[in-house]
Design a protein around this ligand. Structure first.
Ligand code: AMP
Length: 435
């Protein structure tokens, strides 16, 4: 009798079930709850898109587009692609669906599968899932910091607590060319010792030589020029302010002057979450992202500054299993999803208050009370009018004076009565009022 043929899933594509699926759902649910807490709106975009969107968006010279796409022509002769990342899709959706006219920042998040035709290995799949967050219409470095805080919250809620964020600034179109010239000239003098991939990168995408994990290229990198010495004033200030914010949040980070990430559109801040003990591994980042200020315009929209990032679900599952993490999160146990209209709005005035507000938002998160803010805005009137539009019960007002006195104003939005309370009593006072 002829043997029956059985089938295998395609290389690099896994079935997800049992324990893995349980952790997978936990990651999805915690991402959703944290997204709701920070007032991100969910969006689901198609898995297949026009190929050109990614050629232009992700960049022709990236490894993803050069080597890793699942792209093909349909019977209708359309050139399509299985999305290899989310950002170009979200930017397309943002422009296509008229979100450019919405009040800024527009915060969007999504969760789903992506496809990259890579050599499958530990931490590298051909189909993998990400949670992805984008903030569109944001210039202030506080949003870069807030995004990192959001990602660290997802990890903490999952019990993944041992990691450091690698941060860097890769400059902008003004200052990067000078750095690239220096970098190219340094690497050209060492070209004979480079791996074959880096020889090509030196011509097509020189920044990426810094990303190479080959040992001989790593040795050369040690003495190469560092972008941080070439930043223009604007990029330098952005990075400085960003670092002050993540210092304030006590996020464990290291400045890695060689972190460049694999995508063309980044400028200024880039970051990656690296688990402890895997600093030297090649496929090690759990989460990565950065600022992209030109992408919306490049894809046909208006000039819109933005920052975003994504976490790899499979890599986080691996990390949880490897480290035998078994944290119970009340987000899961008590089904807390923060899917409610906030009753409190935080108004901040001045740099000191901006910094302090990050901590206050965290205290609210820990106490599982939803709070809304607009950290992009600086003046009282516009923030108060936002608070009224949102119909919150209480607005917190934090100015320079309150910061110095460690106090905060609670304004009852129904009767306009304002009270000053010590910051350390804030949560208790709010809980009392919301009862
Ligand atoms: P990227 O979209 O390349 O910025 O990657 C963001 C995160 O997605 C990484 O930090 C990984 O956790 C995850 N990731 C990227 N590529 C893969 C892959 N081929 N397989 C599994 N996870 C991946």
């Amino acid at each position: 009798m002829a043997r029956k043929k059985t089938y295998q899933a395609l290389t690099g594509m896994d079935d997800i079930f049992g324990k893995d699926l349980e952790i997978f759902r936990r990651i999805e649910n915690i991402s959703r709850a944290i997204a709701n807490f920070y007032n991100f709106k969910e969006i689901i975009t198609p898995i297949i898109e026009e190929e050109e969107l990614f050629k232009k968006g992700t960049g022709e010279n990236t490894d993803i587009i050069q080597k890793e796409t699942y792209s093909f022509s349909t019977k209708g002769k359309e050139k399509v692609i299985l999305r290899p990342e989310f950002t170009p899709s979200i930017v397309r959706a943002y422009i296509q669906n008229g979100m450019e006219v919405l009040p800024k920042p527009v915060k969007l998040w999504t969760f789903g599968p992506l496809f990259r035709h890579e050599k499958p290995q530990k931490g590298r799949k051909r189909q993998f899932f990400q949670f992805n967050f984008e903030v569109l219409g944001t210039k202030n470095a506080i949003m870069d910091a807030l995004l990192i805080q959001l990602f660290s919250n997802i990890l903490y809620e999952l019990g993944v607590e041992k990691w450091r964020v690698n941060v860097n600034s890769i400059g902008c179109q003004k200052c990067r060319p000078t750095f690239l010239r220096k970098l190219k000239s340094y690497y050209t003098s060492k070209v004979k010792s480079l791996c074959p991939d880096c020889k090509k990168r030196l011509i097509s995408n020189p920044l990426r030589v810094l990303d190479c994990k080959e040992e001989k290229c790593q040795r050369i990198k040690k003495f190469s020029p560092q972008i941080l010495n070439y930043l223009c004033e604007e990029c330098h200030n952005h990075f400085k302010v960003f670092l002050e914010f993540i210092d304030e949040l006590e996020i464990p980070y290291v400045i890695n002057p060689y972190l460049v990430r694999g995508l063309d559109y980044y400028e200024k801040t880039v970051f990656e979450f690296i688990p402890e003990g895997k600093e030297l591994a090649s496929q090690n980042a759990l989460i990565g992202g950065g600022r992209y200020n030109k992408l919306v315009e490049m894809l046909g929209g208006r000039l819109t500054f933005a920052v975003g990032g994504a976490g790899g679900v499979e890599r986080i599952i691996e990390e949880i299993k490897e480290k035998k993490i078994n944290k119970k999160s009340d987000i899961i146990e008590k089904k807390i999803d923060f899917n409610e209209t906030p009753k409190v709005f935080l108004v901040q005035l001045g740099e000191l208050a901006k910094k302090r507000s990050l901590k206050i938002i965290e205290e609210f998160k820990k106490s599982r009370i939803k709070i809304e803010e607009n950290l992009e805005k600086d003046n009282l009137k516009s923030q108060l009018s936002l608070a009224s539009q949102k119909k919150v019960k209480y607005t917190l007002i934090l100015g320079q004076q309150e910061c110095v006195n460690n106090e905060i104003i609670i304004r009852n939005m129904e009767n306009g009565i304002q009270e000053i309370v010590p910051q350390q009593d804030l949560i208790r006072e709010i809980k009392k009022r919301l009862k």
